[in-house]
Design a protein around this ligand. Structure first.
Ligand SMILES: *[C@@H]1O[C@H](CO)[C@@H](O)[C@H](O)[C@H]1NC(C)=O
Ligand SMILES: *[C@@H]1O[C@H](CO)[C@@H](O)[C@H](O)[C@H]1NC(C)=O
Ligand SMILES: *[C@@H]1O[C@H](CO)[C@@H](O)[C@H](O)[C@H]1NC(C)=O
Ligand SMILES: *[C@@H]1O[C@H](CO)[C@@H](O)[C@H](O)[C@H]1NC(C)=O
Ligand SMILES: *[C@@H]1O[C@H](CO)[C@@H](O)[C@H](O)[C@H]1NC(C)=O
Ligand SMILES: *[C@@H]1O[C@H](CO)[C@@H](O)[C@H](O)[C@H]1NC(C)=O
Length: 596
């Protein structure tokens, strides 16, 4: 309420300062401009004194300022200034690209309008947070203008696709909208963008334009291709005259957008809606591979791959970059296990340190909407088991050696792997109850097992990125639980907090979030067993989107409290110097003898 009131206040009072201003301006410098700031997220604007005629305003700015990561939209409702006779006598000038709300003295405006040049309903968007509107009006009377403004989050115009590289996207959703770069602002000149929409068995892809204004110098092409095949067929070529498209296909589609020069024409580009809709599937041809092998989980949830299968038809002896893209349904995760790994290393190279200049294999997983590199491997350094926490895992096989060399050695050069798509964390052996409502929550109930093992997802391989897993222990009323780590490798250091971008383990005696407890990370396991205060205990394992390690392996045991006497040891005590914890360990060790 207050915000809106503030704008109206500004507008109502506009009249007064203006009168003062026009008097002042007669005697003062011509370049002195008054500026009205509109720093709320929505409202109306109008020419001073509207609907009274606009006249005698030598220079006035309206500065629309949106919150960070928002842009401004201006919508005109009325616009009527004296007509343009060669030049505009009175006009408004729009500056839509200012990054800081300032413009240079004498800077050319992005638009200048007078007469009835802005039709009712016409919209303008700023590139960034700021939009400046300058009013210059001579003595000649006119009606003036009126409109509304709105701050819109930039993310409203972010394509529903994963950015694989600079302006190269892969669509993963059942239904998605893709926007040309910088939309709704005009697209930058000379960019090339690619949008890959992979085929899905039983579905056809339907593409429909919502906005199509690609400009004279730009080309938008749509190709059809079969996953795993190199050839592609042009099915649609859009030029500036075409204002809409509709395409459907059961094959994969590739949309190429090549921008050309757009600095003068300022075309906005496109908004395309695409959707997978049910279709009768025509038998997919055998996926013969070239240098990109796409594996999805439509038909098989697991399988094997070998480096022999990729690049089979690339006879070239030049370096190649072949990709294996494993993509599951949105709720699936992917695990990869290497069963053979021996990449070619020339005799004169030493790969103990780095993989540059030799054949290598890298792995990336999708984290959010970006690909995140896990690591690179070469020589005989076999990658650990890999698991994604999302539905996309990509391997890239870079070869510098020629195919002939690789095939002529007797060393079984290349790699073989097994992959698996799964919706759970693949931790059935842990015998924990999995909470289906939570992304990653395991519960251990002492009525079912009084002791057992627990470990991190994918142990002993690298744990996945960006996971938040809870291990919950429910004992009987008189029980506590202790957890003893046999293996511990959590990427992080110092206090394991956000400033060090560490992954961590944290224990809590409460169901609610408690920040006071100590975090554990690094390669040294917590000393001695960790004990709960009561029959409820919660262990949190949280990982971020950079760097990984191999996780943990621990065993737990529920013990009845009479035996233990130690239920009061608080986890917040982190200093091992206190006599209290010495006592604690002594009791604990005697306890071990009682139990085992
Ligand atoms: C708008 O600007 C005024 C004056 O500069 C300032 O006092 C106010 O806090 C600003 N409001 C917002 C929402 O930024
Ligand atoms: C921006 O997106 C939000 C959430 O999807 C929606 O509610 C809002 O109407 C959108 N704003 C505009 C101006 O499109
Ligand atoms: C975009 O593609 C065109 C034509 O294929 C090419 O000439 C141009 O160099 C490319 N631009 C960029 C920035 O890659
Ligand atoms: C490779 O480098 C390591 C360490 O620099 C060294 O110990 C090893 O002997 C080298 N091997 C060869 C084959 O040069
Ligand atoms: C992997 O090999 C390619 C091609 O030889 C090379 O460009 C790249 O730098 C290598 N990667 C690493 C991490 O060394
Ligand atoms: C633990 O298991 C017992 C027996 O199956 C059950 O009665 C109890 O509700 C469970 N406790 C929790 C917290 O799930």
């Amino acid at each position: 309420m207050f915000r809106r009131a503030a704008v109206e206040h500004l507008l109502q009072n506009l009249l007064l300062p203006l009168l003062i201003f026009s008097k002042l301006s007669e005697s003062s410098s011509e370049h002195e401009c008054k500026c009205v700031l509109f720093n709320v997220t929505s409202g109306n604007f109008q020419s001073p004194e509207f609907p009274a005629p606009l006249e005698g305003v030598p220079c006035l700015f309206y500065h629309f300022q949106a919150p960070p990561d928002h842009i401004i939209r201006l919508t005109f409702d009325v616009f009527q200034l004296p007509p343009r006779i060669g030049v505009c006598s009175s006009s408004i000038m729009l500056y839509d690209h200012s990054i800081d709300g300032l413009i240079e003295f004498g800077e050319r405006a992005d638009f200048e309008f007078c007469g009835k040049e802005i039709s009712s309903g016409r919209q303008f968007f700023s590139k960034e947070q700021h939009f400046l509107l300058q009013i210059t009006s001579a003595k000649e009377a006119s009606r003036g203008f009126r409109g509304s403004f709105l701050a819109i989050p930039k993310k409203n115009f972010t394509s529903d696709a994963v950015e694989m590289a600079e302006c190269s996207y892969r669509v993963e959703k059942q239904k998605a909208i893709i926007y040309s770069p910088q939309y709704p602002y005009y697209y930058p000149s000379k960019v090339n963008c690619t949008y890959h929409i992979p085929q899905r068995k039983g579905f056809q892809i339907v593409i429909n334009s919502i906005v199509m204004d690609i400009g004279r110098d730009a080309i938008l092409q749509i190709f059809e291709s079969v996953e795993g095949k190199f050839e592609k067929r042009l099915i649609e070529m859009v030029t500036s005259v075409q204002k809409s498209i509709y395409v459907s296909s059961t094959s994969s589609l590739l949309i190429y957008f090549s921008a050309g020069n757009n600095d003068v024409e300022r075309a906005v580009g496109f908004v395309i809606e695409l959707q997978y809709s049910n279709a009768v599937w025509s038998q997919s041809p055998e996926a013969a591979s070239d240098c990109q092998l796409n594996v999805n989980s439509e038909n098989f949830k697991e399988g094997q791959l070998s480096s022999d299968k990729i690049g089979r038809y690339t006879s070239s002896s030049l370096p190649t970059k072949c990709q294996i893209v494993l993509q599951g349904y949105p709720n699936e995760k992917i695990s990869v296990k290497f069963t053979h790994f021996n990449l070619y290393v020339p005799d004169n190279k030493n790969v103990t340190k780095r993989c540059t200049e030799v054949d290598n294999l890298s792995a990336d997983v999708r984290v959010g909407s970006r690909l995140s590199r896990i690591d690179e491997w070469c020589g005989k350094r076999t990658p650990p088991n890999l698991m994604s926490s999302s539905n996309l895992l990509q391997l890239e096989y870079n070869t510098k050696s020629s195919k002939a060399i690789r095939e002529s050695t007797n060393d079984d050069i290349g790699f073989r792997l097994e992959y698996k798509f799964h919706t759970d964390w693949n931790m059935g052996n842990m015998k924990a109850k999995v909470d289906k409502r939570k992304e990653c929550r395991f519960s251990f109930n002492s009525s079912e097992h009084t002791n057992g093992k627990l470990w991190s997802a994918n142990y002993p391989g690298l744990y996945p990125r960006n996971v938040y897993c809870e291990y919950i222990f429910h004992g009987r009323n008189d029980q506590v639980v202790h957890i003893h780590f046999e293996y511990f490798d959590i990427e992080g250091f110092n206090q394991c907090d956000e400033t060090t971008q560490s992954d961590y383990i944290l224990f809590s005696n409460y169901q609610t979030h408690d920040r006071t407890n100590r975090r554990f990370c690094g390669k040294t396991a917590p000393k001695g067993p960790i004990l709960s205060e009561s029959n409820y205990f919660r262990m949190i394992f949280s990982t971020n989107d950079i760097f990984d390690a191999t996780g943990f392996y621990a065993h737990y045991q529920f013990i009845t409290q009479e035996k233990s006497q130690i239920s009061r040891v608080k986890l917040t005590i982190s200093s091992s110097q206190t006599p209290f914890s010495v006592i604690f360990f002594v009791i604990l060790f005697s306890l071990f003898f009682v139990i085992f």
